[in-house]
Write a protein that binds this ligand. Structure first.
Ligand code: SF4
Length: 361
């Protein structure tokens, strides 16, 4: 098989990992898979996201690389991937590599192959750009350390919110040892872009299970962010006949995650709007506000914690209003500082005026 055909198979296999770019695939005439626009190190990049080998001895039921899945298997030879990446870098301005692999043989054997390729890229081709290195479950500390010296960002996918759910999906991965312990090691390594993880959103896990684990992650292991991947059944896997998860569920989890990370919402606030451990099919910030505000609050009398919980008001505007010495007297002033008035109006009063009652919303 030639390198371009491998690139197509291994690039396409890489798209199932959401722990990195997945939108805006670049249309390349060669049909090469795996090139995406993304933000890395605070700039826009074109990232080549690929596996080095799509054979895997593990049996994760959702994965097209698993041992039971009969997809076409292939792997780059030692020099092939760095040479191809160097070509993409020089000719197509591809300026980031997201490298992952199936566990071909053992985790250490597969990781060594990934490390060797990145070393060639860094040393022989003098590539100084962005590398996201996927840590495989069960990889030894020594190899993770070596990889961290070559990478800008690392990730290991937790996939499930707890040990019991993980064991329903894979008989090979030990949740605590193979994943969380490795993630704890990564969290202490010196990476310019930190570390991330991915959670699969499926019908076995409730939103409460997922958010409880994510909250623990942010508190203890401090990932830069958690990515959510709505389960999609893949043909040829044991879960091929299961129902796909609606994208809206994934998106509401992203909204909730954002409120916890950037707005300071507490996990328990989301419990209060859940039904049967699931978030409502509605913007979670709006759902909490509708539950908590009986009547519009006076914008000039409210503190930061109250203001940040009003739909349409973000951290910057909440800070601005809560620290401003002069009173705000007109809605137009709020619009000028970026508040989305159509969302905020039912919850606020300005200078004694309420433009819409909560029950009219
Ligand atoms: S370890 Fe990774 S590549 Fe292997 S089957 Fe599981 S999810 Fe797929």
């Amino acid at each position: 098989m030639d390198v371009l055909e491998k690139a197509k198979i291994l690039g396409t296999a890489g798209k199932f990992d959401s722990c990195g770019p997945k939108s805006c695939e670049v249309n390349i005439n060669s049909g090469l898979g795996g090139i995406y626009h993304a933000k890395a190190e605070n700039k826009n990049c074109k990232i080549f996201k690929t596996l080095i080998d799509n054979s895997c001895t593990f049996d994760c039921k959702y994965c097209s690389n698993s041992t039971s899945c009969k997809t076409k298997k292939t792997a780059y030879k030692q020099e092939e991937l760095p040479k191809l990446f160097n070509y993409l870098n020089k000719t197509m301005d591809v300026d980031g590599l997201f490298l992952s692999s199936g566990v071909s043989g053992t985790a250490d054997k597969a990781t060594q192959k990934m490390i060797d390729s990145v070393k060639i890229l860094r040393n022989k081709y003098n590539y100084k750009g962005y590398v996201h290195f996927k840590v495989l479950p069960g990889t030894s500390y020594e190899l993770i350390k070596q990889a961290s010296e070559l990478a800008n960002r690392m990730s290991i996918n937790i996939e499930s919110p707890n040990k019991t759910i993980m064991s329903e999906l894979s008989s090979c991965k030990d949740y605590k040892t193979d994943i969380l312990r490795r993630q704890a090691w990564i969290s202490k390594m010196n990476l310019s872009s930190g570390h991330t993880t991915q959670m699969i959103v499926n019908n076995i896990s409730t939103d409460k299970d997922i958010l409880k684990m994510v909250d623990w992650e942010y508190e203890n292991l401090k990932p830069k962010r958690v990515y959510y991947s709505a389960f999609k059944p893949i043909k040829g896997t044991p879960l091929e006949n299961e129902k796909a998860t609606k994208i809206s569920r994934q998106n509401f989890l992203y909204n909730t995650d954002f409120l916890m990370r950037d707005y300071g919402y507490k996990l328990k606030e989301f419990y209060s709007i859940m039904d049967d451990e699931m978030l409502p099919i509605q913007d979670p910030k709006l759902a909490i506000a509708m539950q908590n505000f009986d009547s519009p609050i006076d914008i000039n009398e409210s503190n930061y914690e109250e203001l940040i919980r009003i739909p349409g008001i973000g951290p910057k505007s909440a800070k601005y209003i809560s620290t401003k010495k002069e009173k705000i007297t007109k809605y137009e002033e709020l619009q000028k500082i970026g508040i989305r008035l159509n969302r905020a109006k039912p919850f606020i009063s300005v200078n004694g005026k309420k433009q819409m009652m909560l029950n009219q919303f």
